[in-house]
Design a protein around this ligand. Structure first.
Ligand code: SF4
Ligand code: SF4
Length: 182
């Protein structure tokens, strides 16, 4: 069995049917990583600015007295949930990022990982297994590309002492506000 068929079979066997409970869009562990191109897509669709949608990935490292992080996450609303969750529905559904399209699934190489989700094992085999498998493969490609290009950006920029920087596939972005106040 080839890789795609194997992944599709595993997705089918998960018996996944989204219950639209909103659990994956809310709560403390709701951390939706987004690439620059996904942020751009949401900006165009929602008419919002970059900073209104995304904030730096909240794990900072210190290097030569600078604070550095890699990538972006979608902002949360005052209720702590994803800012795009309204009445348990995604308000950017057609333009939601890869991570949301594929939840509760992700690929680690060729291995299918299934996160906790009340929509798994609720009945018959996953109906949308083929589409989910295609989305998973697209997500893996996009994540690999983002990782590769971000690493290149990190390698080619020198880091100014005392600065706060977000690296992504498009460059090194200095942040004026210190991380603890973001
Ligand atoms: S993917 Fe799972 S957790 Fe998310 S809304 Fe559907 S059933 Fe709920
Ligand atoms: S973008 Fe949509 S699907 Fe993704 S976490 Fe937010 S509300 Fe949920």
């Amino acid at each position: 069995m080839d890789e795609t068929a194997l992944i599709r079979t595993c997705v089918e066997e998960a018996g996944f049917h989204c219950l639209c409970c909103g659990a994956c869009c809310s709560g403390d562990d709701n951390e939706v990583m987004v690439t620059p191109s996904e942020i751009q897509t949401i900006m165009d669709a929602a008419g919002l600015a970059w900073n209104e949608i995304a904030e730096p990935y909240p794990e900072w490292i210190t290097e030569t007295d600078a604070s550095i992080t890699f990538g972006w996450v979608i902002r949360r609303g005052a209720d702590g949930n994803c800012m795009f969750l309204k009445n348990n529905r995604c308000t950017i559904y057609q333009n939601r990022p890869h991570i949301c399209r594929t939840y509760p699934f992700m690929l680690d190489g060729s291995e299918l990982i299934i996160s906790e989700c009340p929509g798994c094992k609720v009945g018959e085999r996953t109906k949308e297994a083929e589409e989910i498998t295609k989305d998973l493969l697209r997500r893996r490609d996009a994540e690999d590309e983002e990782f590769f290009l971000t690493k290149k950006q990190y390698q080619k920029h020198s880091i100014i002492s005392g600065s706060t920087i977000v690296f992504d596939s498009r460059g090194a972005h200095p942040i004026i506000i210190p991380p603890e106040k973001l």
